[in-house]
Ligand binder design. Structure first.
Ligand code: RAM
Length: 925
């Protein structure tokens, strides 16, 4: 036998043995669970906030895994103890289909503790899976008593530098401390926060790439603390820690209330470096009076609204390293940590630079050079510009150019949004501002070395937002609809800068509650923002007034005790929407008290259930008869509608939480307010009474279920009349717009909704796209090619509210919606309509990825659906007979995976187990 033949026979034998083994052996274990997270979607968090977390995982996509019937979680202080000797928690085998939000029930956990955990599941046939990989979480410092450090900083108020609005400017502080370690370090954690914003370095190395930490909370109530693993930065022997500290939201100009800027507290930092040595001993390096500081560093001024000024002549090379002489620096002031402001680990992710945008075009105009990124964005520019010593580079920003090519900055209002950089030598300067951010598409530079020809690589846009990932995609056959989706996503990226902001560029950038309420649901499809919202809702709770009112903005920097209907209702709407999309009851538990107090506040502002709560009404309704930003809809009608809606959501919350009495109470209240609403504002024919009949008044009545069964069809008829009167155009502002699609869809007017969505003329979504929009605008007519900019200065070109249509695009154009909380049952019901020939979306649900993609071609309707494990889907498909439906190439017949549950006149409802399906039907003529 020659060697080749031997090889051949040998390998054939091996194959045979292998095949025999594989085919004869029943699978003993299944593939392990995936995507393990704790609480609101954290993966291996460090400095975690929650000592009673919940656990979630996803089942792998495998033919043999349809559902989970049981699970087991084990947790230990050391990964080596897993899975057999868990010393923290063993859930034991639990018969349960639940694979998300399982509450921890092990030993009490304390600050700094690191817990390792893993999970396994049993499938529908009671076959166990492999254990998952081991994940962990490490708690931060959970209470003020854990802090031994002191608040430190320089008195920056005493210089009395005044800013653009006579606001006190606090110069940026540079603070440092050297320390010596005699032993070798095994592990090091830096716990840190600031009254202001900071950047920290150890031995000259940046500790992180976080942008403006710790972030923005109601500072009088709570400050977030951050934990960094700095083990790799500490050496034995001499070390140095250095902190740059700026005013940020805490001590800078924010909002419009001058009295609040005049007397802001000088920024301070609090940090505690905890070291565990290799010999097991522990040591702490604290912020205290032993630190030195200066304000004579290169960052001279940094304000969120006004921008940053940098003087390279004042650079202090190596200031955060051991070899720096700080003799000329001052000793800092130190203050003990008090109990009145809670120090809690940050409960969502910090802002980071997420995307880099290259300059697409350079425009030279009247001596200035303008860099066009072709995308309205939020963050800072990274500059690489040739300069001559002592030249000062001026960096201006704009969202758009005026028709004559000049910079349009009127809409920044009092925000200067300008950076300055003074060069200390000739050559290319590389710089980016650190403690400010801008909303812009264009960057204008002047003051550089004019002997050099401007080049695109001088300016790169660093896009900054809270560090979350994309959670879904939407695409279609229509270019403008795809641009709209793009604009929605950019609106999200631009206004999720630690808190949900109304706009990112002018002298606001505040957590306007109404805008958040309107856009929140759409954001949840596009990005993984559960933790972002849960965190901000904590700020909402902390900002609620004693009388139950919710302020206009959260954190409340207006401090005017004013409340607006449709704005304050964010505290009922967002928790409910989050619950429905995640299935996590914790969000309801956390917010239930606030909801009740808000509804009680509604009650105090109404008589016989009719509200007198004022507010911004249907803000920025287009073409208002009265010319007012508040639109034409009756304020009392709006107030009463939201009173009813919030009572209803509170009732639903009570029900979900098993609180029967509370459910009855709020449900009765909802019914009473609804009845009063209809009697007060609608006549017996379902028509809105004189003076208040707007699209929005009908939408509110229909969307919130406030119109009696008998009158619904009539009210709908009047709504359609209103739309027809407007030549099939919308006439809705902030409050009405998100309800349009919902109401028209539910009342069977999908064609009309398609008409509104695909309108090209004002007012419509595509109108702004036709004028060149790359984000969602504040107004339906912020700009037009023929008339230029809206003359009002309140004219943001990056305001996410009208992007609320995104929810309907996912849920109905592509067709993915939850039927049960958390997508345990999914509704796949796309509604194809002219002019689309295809649409698709995918979405990361708590159970895994759902996909729906349809296409019309050659008189056929093709639908591809993916249903994740441990869920089921109800798929609605149009056909006249089941013979017309083809599944994976064959005529539909019932199987274990796919059952017919309802046959309407032309729609078949199928129940589908997890898996992938290709449907095909014939298009009806
Ligand atoms: C504007 C804000 C916000 C809106 C309020 C009423 O100043 O930008 O969008 O909610 O007014």
């Amino acid at each position: 036998m020659n060697t080749n033949m031997f090889k051949y026979l040998f390998s054939a034998m091996c194959c045979f043995i292998l095949f025999f083994q594989v085919s004869c052996k029943e699978p003993q274990t299944l593939g392990s669970p995936k995507n393990l997270t704790v609480s609101e979607g954290f993966e291996n968090p460090l400095g975690f906030y929650n000592s009673k977390p919940s656990f979630s995982w996803q089942l792998p996509v495998l033919y043999e895994v349809k559902n989970q019937t049981a699970y087991q979680i084990v947790a230990a202080t050391n990964p080596e103890l897993l899975p057999n000797n868990p010393d923290v928690w063993d859930s034991n085998k639990q018969e349960s289909r639940q694979s998300t939000w399982i509450n921890y029930q092990g030993k009490a956990l304390k600050s700094r503790q690191k817990v390792y955990w893993q999970v396994k599941y049993w499938n529908q046939d009671d076959i166990a899976s492999e254990w998952s990989e081991i994940k962990n979480f490490e708690l931060g410092l959970l209470g003020n008593s854990e802090w031994h450090a002191k608040w430190i900083g320089l008195d920056t108020k005493k210089e009395k530098i005044l800013g653009s609005q006579e606001n006190i400017i606090h110069r940026v502080q540079y603070l440092r401390k050297g320390f010596e370690l005699s032993a070798e370090v095994a592990s090091a954690r830096l716990y840190i926060t600031a009254k202001g914003v900071f950047d920290v370095a150890i031995n000259g190395e940046d500790v992180s790439d976080d942008v403006m930490p710790p972030g923005y909370t109601p500072y009088k109530a709570r400050l977030e603390t951050i934990t960094y693993d700095v083990t790799g930065l500490i050496v034995s022997g001499q070390n140095t820690i250095g902190v740059e500290l700026a005013a940020g939201w805490h001590s800078g100009r924010l909002g419009w209330k001058k009295s609040l800027w005049i007397d802001t507290e000088s920024p301070k930092v609090l940090c505690q470096l905890e070291l565990t040595m290799k010999d097991g001993s522990k040591q702490m390096i604290l912020s205290d009076e032993g630190w030195e500081g200066t304000t004579n560093g290169p960052i001279r001024i940094s304000e969120i609204y006004d921008g940053e000024t940098y003087d390279a002549n004042l650079e202090m090379s190596g200031w955060a390293t051991n070899n720096f002489n700080d003799k000329k620096w001052e000793s800092v002031e130190a203050f003990p940590v008090s109990n009145d402001i809670r120090l809690e680990p940050k409960r969502h992710t910090t802002v980071k630079t997420k995307i880099e945008l290259a300059t697409k075009e350079i425009i030279e105009k009247d001596g200035a050079v303008i860099f066009d990124l072709k995308q309205n964005m939020v963050g800072v520019p990274l500059l690489k510009v040739p300069m001559k010593k002592e030249q000062t580079l001026k960096v201006r920003f704009a969202e758009m150019l005026s028709p004559d090519g000049t910079f349009y900055t009127e809409n920044y209002r009092s925000a200067q949004s300008t950076n300055y950089y003074t060069a200390s030598k000739d050559g290319v300067v590389e710089w980016m501002p650190k403690f400010t951010f801008h909303g812009f598409r264009y960057v204008e530079l002047s003051g550089f070395d004019t002997s050099k020809t401007p080049s695109k690589n001088w300016v790169t846009g660093l896009v900054q937002y809270s560090d979350f990932e994309q959670n879904g995609t939407f695409a279609s056959s229509h270019e403008k609809l795809n641009q709209l989706q793009n604009n929605i996503v950019w609106g999200l990226r631009g206004n999720f800068f630690d808190i949900p902001t109304d706009c990112p560029q002018r002298d606001e950038r505040m957590g306007w509650t109404g805008d958040a309420q309107v856009f929140g649901p759409t954001s949840m499809f596009n990005a993984d923002v559960y933790k972002f919202w849960a965190s901000w809702l904590q700020s909402v709770r902390e900002s609620q007034y004693d009388n139950g009112g919710i302020p206009w903005v959260v954190p409340d920097v207006l401090l005017n005790n004013k409340v607006s209907a449709g704005w304050g209702d964010v505290c009922t709407i967002i928790p409910w929407k989050i619950y429905f999309r995640t299935g996590d009851k914790k969000i309801l538990e956390e917010n239930f008290e606030t909801m009740k107090r808000w509804v009680a506040y509604h009650e105090t502002r109404s008589k016989d259930y009719i509200s007198s709560m004022d507010g911004f009404a249907d803000w920025l309704q287009p073409l208002p008869a009265n010319g007012n930003n508040k639109g034409d809809t009756s304020h009392s009608l709006i107030g009463t509608a939201f009173f009813a809606h919030s009572a209803n959501l509170t009732a639903k919350t009570a029900k979900a939480l098993g609180k029967t009495d509370a459910f009855k109470k709020y449900n009765t209240l909802y019914k009473n307010v609804s009845k009063a609403f209809e009697t007060e504002f609608f006549d017996e024919n379902g028509k809105v009474k004189e003076g208040t009949a707007t699209q929005t008044s009908y939408l509110l009545g229909l969307a919130f279920g406030l119109i009696s069964e008998d009158n619904k069809a009539k009210a709908k008829k009047y709504l359609i009349e209103k739309i027809t009167e407007a030549d099939n155009h919308l006439r809705t502002g902030f409050l009405g717009t998100p309800l349009l699609s919902e109401v028209l869809d539910e009342t069977g007017e999908i064609d009309l909704m398609y008409k509104l969505l695909f309108n090209e003329t004002y007012p419509s979504w595509f109108y702004s796209i036709n004028q060149g929009a790359t984000t969602i605008w504040e107004r339906w007519n912020s700009y037009s090619k023929t008339d230029g900019f809206n003359p009002q200065k309140m004219n943001s070109l990056n305001h996410y509210a009208y992007g609320a249509i995104g929810e309907w695009m996912y849920e109905r154009i592509a067709g993915i919606a939850p039927l049960e909380p958390g997508y345990k049952t999914i509704r796949i019901a796309p509604v194809p309509g002219e002019p689309l020939t295809s649409a698709s979306a995918n979405l990361n649900t708590p159970y895994g990825e759902v996909a729906s993609a349809w296409e019309i071609k050659d008189k056929g309707f093709f639908l591809n659906v993916t249903v994740p494990p441990n869920t089921k889907a109800v798929i609605e498909i149009q056909a006249n007979t089941s013979q017309e439906i083809f599944v994976n190439g064959e005529v539909f017949k019932e199987s274990e995976n796919l059952k017919l549950i309802e046959k309407g006149t032309s729609v078949f409802k199928l129940s589908a187990q997890s898996g992938s399906y290709n449907f095909q039907t014939t298009i009806k003529e």
